[in-house]
Design a protein around this ligand. Structure first.
Ligand code: URA
Length: 286
């Protein structure tokens, strides 16, 4: 049986797709929603589109006006005064979520995005590895150190970009050693949290790192070939998306020509966000 909240979410999504940004509700329902933050939380967690909708909403009309009152579909936009507020609220929702927490090994951590909430560039990887789940920070292991070098080669620091993963937990394995890619189902589960981070940061460009991240963002496509889709512009929720190889692929395949391939993708990202590119930078790995 479909849960009534999920049905409601589908109806709201449909309205949103048809351009409707507000719904009329009676004073009684208004006070029910006000007194049931969990319902609101469930709606916002399940549907980033609706979260997005909140931002565009006109302020709620006072419910005491009786009859039908126009209110935002969920929390009033004024709930989040700043990006930082919204980010902290989301981070808390992730860290308090039992459905996420149950996947974390004892003594390890969920991993949430880090960086500048006004970043122009949003790097998106697939899932935390051993180092990341230990520290609770994305991209701090070997692949992460290489990503940091790439960011620095672009003339930036980690604090000037935003770095996240689709997954918030390290995909479970029998032993401690090695990583497995997340399943499509696991990524679907975590994706709303990633989308909400994108909505908060509102980057000019997203850089998707590796084929698994691309499947998580754009959906699985058996016929998609990294060699074809990388280096080209795609879109994610209307934001330009550059696809490139994962740094761990570079660690396994670190020829100069492969480094150059990834670097050319980064040059495109730099151009797109208006970073100055020196002659020296243009020549890296040639
Ligand atoms: N690989 C990823 O995709 N993300 C990390 O955080 C680390 C390695």
């Amino acid at each position: 049986m479909i849960h009534p909240i999920n049905m409601l979410i589908e109806v709201l999504k449909d309205l949103r797709n048809h351009g409707q940004t507000t719904v009329p509700i009676g004073a009684e329902n208004f006070s029910f929603l006000e007194n049931n933050p969990l319902v609101i939380q469930k709606i916002t967690q399940q549907s980033p589109l609706i979260q997005n909708l909140i931002q565009d909403m006109p302020p709620a009309v006072c419910p005491s006006e009786k009859l039908q009152t126009i209110v935002p579909i969920c929390k009033s936009p004024s709930v989040f005064v700043t990006k930082q507020d919204h980010w902290e609220d989301l981070r808390k929702r992730v860290f308090n979520n039992e459905d996420l927490k149950k996947h974390v090994r004892p003594g390890k951590n969920l991993v949430f995005g880090v960086g500048n909430l006004d970043a122009k560039i949003f790097f998106c990887g697939e899932a935390p590895g051993a180092d990341e789940e230990t520290q609770g920070i994305p991209f701090v292991g070997r692949a992460g150190q290489l990503l940091t070098k790439i960011i620095e080669a672009m003339g930036l620091s980690r604090d000037e970009v935003y770095i996240s993963n689709i997954m918030n937990w390290r995909p479970e394995m029998d032993g401690e050693i090695g990583n497995r890619p997340p399943t499509q189902e696991e990524m679907q589960f975590c994706l709303p949290y990633l989308v909400e981070q994108v909505e908060i940061v509102k980057p000019n460009v997203i850089a998707a790192l590796g084929a698994t991240a691309v499947s998580g963002l754009l959906g699985y496509d058996k016929s998609r070939k990294m060699s074809i889709v990388r280096g080209k512009w795609h879109e994610f929720y209307g934001i330009p998306l550059m696809i490139t190889f994962h740094p761990s692929y570079l660690l396994r395949n670190g020829t100069n020509s492969m480094k150059r391939v990834v670097w050319e993708d980064m040059l495109k990202v730099m151009e797109r966000v208006g970073l100055t590119i020196s002659e020296k930078q243009r020549q890296y790995f040639l």
